[in-house]
Structures are given as C-alpha cells and as structure tokens.
Design a binder for this molecule. Structure first.
Ligand SMILES: C[S@@+](CC[C@H](N)C(=O)[O-])C[C@H]1O[C@@H](n2cnc3c(N)ncnc32)[C@H](O)[C@@H]1O
Length: 310
C-alpha cells in the first residue's frame, strides 16, 4: 500500500506527468528534459529524483551523461502503463512537449549520422569482402527459429542492426557496446525506426552487468574478432543465458586478410569452427547448429548454442 501511495503522490503533479508522457516515448537525459520542459535544471532534477525514489523512473549513468527511463518493474511500471494511456493526446502542453522532443531527436539523429558517414567508407570496404548482409541476417533468424523470446542481449551492438533484425521476435532487447559514438548512432537508429522494445547501454563483453541466467537470446555479430579474450567473452555470455536460451555467434572463418588487423583493429583473423565450439563447451554450452555462408573473399560462419543440460 505504501509503495502505491508514494508512487501516486509522486505522479500527481503537472510537470511529473509531462515527464512520464515524454519518457514513454524513450529514454532522455536530464539536459534534454530541461530543454523540453523549459524549467531550470535544479527544478527538473528535483522532480526526477522524487520520481526515481517513488519507483516510477530508472536512472542510469553513462560517462558524463545521466539517462532516465520509465521503470521496468514493480508498482512504478504497472502505474506508468496505466497512466500513460490516460494522458489526453490532444492536450496543448503535451503536443508542445512532443514537438520539442521531436526536434531534439532530429538534431541528435543528424549528429550521429555525421559520425557514421565519416566511418562509412571503412564499413563499406569490409562489407564488400563477404556475402550480402541480408543473407547473414536471414540465416541468423532462421537459426533462431523466429520464435518470440522475452529478453535479448546484443553484445557489441555497433549501430544496433541486430536489435532491429530481432526486434519483431523479442519483448525486450538491450544492445551493449564499449563505444559511446556507436551507442549514439544506435540510439538515433532505434528512435528513427521506432523500435520501442530496444535499448542500448554502455557495456563490456567481459562484464555484461546482467543477472546470471537472465537472457533468452544472446548475439555476438561480428564482434568476437575484436576480443582479446574471446573465451572469457563466451563464458560471460553463457553465464547470462537462461536454461532455455540460445546464443548465436556470427564471425569470419579463418582468413589471411592482415589489413583487417592493421586498419580495422581486428585482433583475430577469423575463427575455426571447432575453436568456437570448444570455447562454448568449456562454458557449459552445446552446439546445436553451424552454418557457413560463402559469397566473397571471407566466409561467414554462424554458430548456435544452447545450454548443455537443457
Ligand atoms: C563490427 S562492430 C558492430 C557489429 C554489430 N554487432 C553489427 O551487427 O553491426 C563491433 C562492435 O563491437 C564493439 N566492441 C568492441 N569491443 C567491445 C567490448 N569489449 N565490449 C563491448 N563492445 C565491444 C565495438 O565498439 C563495435 O561497435
């Protein structure tokens, strides 16, 4: 009763209801909320603090930025979902807030696209070395089975492409990446494509920061070749996988393109099929399928793993 009353009191105020309506469209930083609400930072921060304490919002820090999003569990989550539908869409204040939100997002998107454009040349160079990405993506979906899953983790999400590919088949997906620039590209893509069930966070493949056994689908797509210690990365993923979960790894088969090491920071020049299988076995997984895709200089291999006792 106490939790519910605290949450109800916290939301019973105009600015806080506006915050709720804004965050139902996706996570925002405190600076962005200040800009949209037209109130001072201390004032907005006070509202946010109160809402967090009442369990309505979650706060997370990424470098120097603090993001806020609607609570994902508990009374706060239930109350938020009930209230958001009740906020009248034609309310003048809300219409103005959403207009300001949309211009902030447009600005963020063009900034992120600028970064991506600068890097696009090297991405295209890489893409021309292997089979068309649509074929890889189709093979990944086929191996996964296109079966809806509650939670997905995309490790080394980059621009968030895997989140986009799998979003129709997952309730909630999180993409992790070590690069803030990539995260800002991914964030802009998620907003642009309206993938409301996907989020991205700063995260490390060696320290995923999720509960053991909490993930139903984990993907490493073109990431392990950057790893200093792929065994540890696979071990960490296996630990995060639920008993009925699936781990999909897509990477290059062994190759000799040294320039990928010199110019593109690859640590490993591909992986032998058995090498990845052995890593996974050591981590308590079993291989349930392997697929090779040829169609360029580099062969792409996809491995599917499940828990060995499942
Ligand atoms: C080729 S890119 C993106 C691939 C992406 N999965 C896709 O499907 O487009 C590889 C990504 O791995 C990220 N990365 C590298 N080391 C990482 C680490 N230790 N933890 C998390 N991400 C990492 C890089 O920042 C980069 O965005």
């Amino acid at each position: 009763m106490d939790h519910l009353l605290t949450a109800l009191r916290a939301v019973a105020e105009t600015t806080r209801l506006r915050v709720l309506a804004l965050l139902s469209r996706g996570e925002l930083t405190v600076g962005e909320l200040v800009q949209i609400l037209g109130q001072s930072q201390p004032r907005v921060s006070r509202h946010l603090k109160l809402m967090c304490e009442a369990g309505l919002l979650d706060r997370f820090q990424e470098g120097t930025m603090v993001f806020y999003r609607l609570a994902e569990a508990g009374v706060g989550e239930a109350l938020n979902s009930a209230l958001i539908d009740l906020v009248p869409a034609e309310d003048d204040g809300l219409v103005a807030d959403l207009k300001a939100l949309s211009s902030i997002r447009d600005e963020r998107f063009s900034k992120a696209q600028g970064y991506f454009r600068e890097n696009a040349k090297s991405w295209d160079e890489l893409r021309s070395l292997y089979v068309a990405e649509e074929q890889v993506e189709d093979a990944l979906l086929t191996l996964q089975g296109r079966v809806p899953q509650p939670r997905m983790l995309d490790i080394g999400t980059g621009t968030g492409r895997m989140l986009e590919v799998f979003s129709p088949f997952v309730e909630q997906a999180v993409g992790l990446d070590l690069s803030r620039e990539m995260l800002s590209v991914a964030r802009a893509n998620l907003v642009q494509k309206e993938l409301a069930n996907c989020q991205v966070r700063l995260g490390d493949m060696y320290n995923l920061g999720v509960d053991s056994g909490s993930q139903d689908l984990i993907v490493f797509h073109q990431v392990l070749h950057f790893a200093d210690d792929p065994v540890r990365a696979v071990e960490e993923a296996a630990n995060a996988l639920s008993n009925t979960g699936q781990l999909l790894i897509a990477d290059f088969a062994p190759h000799e393109e040294e320039f990928l090491r010199a110019d593109h920071a690859h640590r490993r020049l591909g992986f032998d099929e058995k090498e990845i299988v052995n890593m996974a076995i050591q981590s308590g997984l079993q291989c349930s399928a392997v697929k090779h895709l040829d169609g360029g200089k580099l062969r792409v291999t996809i491995w599917k793993f499940i828990k060995s006792d499942s």
